[in-house]
Write a protein that binds this ligand. Structure first.
Ligand code: ATP
Length: 297
C-alpha cells in the first residue's frame, strides 16, 4: 500500500465537567463525547524523502490566519510519534482538507491527529491495537485518544480514560460558530480563578444519553466551561437562544467554545433552524448534521 485516506470527524460534548486538577496542572474532566457528521479528510502518502510534509486545503473553513503546515501541525506531530514507535525510515506527505472550524471546541486538530495515527497504522500494516494507538494519541493531546474510536463515550481522567456508551446515533444536530476563536488552554486557566462554578449532573447526562431521552438530555446537559466563555462571548448565549426559539430540544456550547450546538427532533426542523441562524448573520459557520455512533461504518 502506498497511500491511505481517513475521515477525521468532529465531536461535540453532550456534557462537560471539570472535577479537579492533577499535580502537573492538567485538569481532571468528566465529558460525554459525541461524534458528529462534520469531517476533515486526511490522505497520507509514503515518500522516499524521510521528512513529513503537509499541504492544507481550506475549501470549507474561514480562517483569518492559516494553520501552520509545519512540524507543529497536529497531523505532522502524529506522523512523527507513530513513525518513531514503528521505527519507520521513510517520510510521509499528508494532504489535509479542512472543514471542521478551528479553535471551536470541536476537536478538529485532535481528530486530524487521530486520523493520521489510524491511517499510518493501516498504511504500514503495523497492526497496533486500539489501546496502543490511544497510548500514542495521548502523547499528542488529551482529546486525541477519544478521537481514535469516536462514537459516544465517557472520557475521564484528563480525557484518556474512555468508557463506551450506548450509541447516540442519527440525532439531528445543528452547529453554529461565531467568528471568534477560543483558546482551550486559556479557558481552563480562567476557570481556576472563578469563585462560583456550575457543575452539571454528569450521571443524569449519561443516563439521558444512554436511554436516548432527548428531553431528559435537554434538562440535564451542561458545560462547566460556559462559566468562562459565556460572559466573554455573549454571542454564545444569543446563538443558544436562537436555537431554542427555532425548536431545539436542547442547546449548549461544545468544549471551550465558542461553537454552540442544538439538538433537534427532526431533520426538517434542524435544516430550517440552520437557515434562520445563517440569515441572522451573526455566525461564521452554520452546519446541519447528525450524530454518528460508529465512525467505521
Ligand atoms: P478541542 O475541542 O480539542 O479543545 P478545538 O476545536 O478548540 O479543540 P482545534 O481546532 O483542534 O481546537 O485547534 C486548536 C489549535 O491547534 C489551533 O489554534 C491550531 O493552532 C492548532 N492546530 C494544530 N494542528 C491543527 C490541525 N490539524 N487542525 C486544527 N488546528 C490545529
Amino acid at each position: 500500500m502506498e497511500q491511505v485516506k481517513e475521515k477525521a470527524y468532529a465531536k461535540v460534548n453532550l456534557g462537560l465537567d471539570v472535577t479537579g486538577r492533577r499535580e502537573d496542572g492538567y485538569h481532571l474532566v468528566s465529558m460525554v463525547m459525541q461524534t458528529i457528521g462534520i469531517c476533515d479528510d486526511v490522505a497520507i502518502y509514503k515518500t522516499k524523502d524521510p521528512n513529513i510534509s503537509l499541504d492544507i486545503d481550506y475549501g470549507g473553513v474561514h480562517l483569518a490566519t492559516p494553520l501552520s503546515a509545519g512540524d507543529d501541525n497536529l497531523c505532522a506531530k502524529a506522523a512523527r510519534v507513530i513513525s518513531e514507535r514503528l521505527r519507520i525510515r521513510h517520510g510521509y506527505f499528508i494532504h489535509l482538507t479542512k472543514r471542521i472550524p478551528v479553535a471551536a471546541g470541536m476537536a478538529g486538530g485532535s481528530s486530524d491527529a487521530a486520523a493520521v495515527l489510524r491511517g499510518i497504522n493501516r498504511l504500514e500494516e503495523a497492526g497496533l491495537s486500539t489501546e496502543e494507538l490511544q497510548e500514542l494519541a495521548l502523547e499528542i493531546g488529551a482529546d486525541v485518544p477519544y478521537c481514535i474510536q469516536g462514537g459516544t463515550m465517557l472520557a475521564e481522567g484528563i480525557g484518556e480514560i474512555l468508557t463506551a456508551m450506548g450509541a447516540f446515533d442519527d440525532v439531528p444536530i445543528l452547529v453554529a460558530k461565531p467568528p471568534e476563536g477560543v483558546s482551550t488552554a486559556e479557558v481552563y486557566h480562567a476557570l481556576d480563578a472563578l469563585e462560583e462554578i456550575h457543575h452539571p449532573d454528569m450521571k443524569a447526562v449519561r443516563t439521558a444519553v444512554e436511554t436516548k431521552d432527548l428531553k431528559g438530555l435537554a434538562d440535564t446537559m451542561g458545560n462547566v466551561l460556559m462559566d468562562v466563555t459565556l460572559p466573554r462571548h455573549p454571542v454564545v448565549g444569543q446563538i443558544r437562544d436562537m436555537m431554542l426559539e427555532q425548536g431545539a430540544v436542547g442547546s449548549m456550547m461544545t468544549g471551550s467554545g465558542p461553537t454552540v450546538f442544538g439538538i433537534y427532533k427532526t431533520w426538517e426542523e434542524c435544516k430550517s433552524a440552520a437557515e434562520y441562524i445563517r440569515g441572522s448573520g451573526i455566525c461564521e459557520t452554520v452546519m446541519a448534521t447528525k450524530t454518528i455512533g460508529d465512525i467505521t461504518k
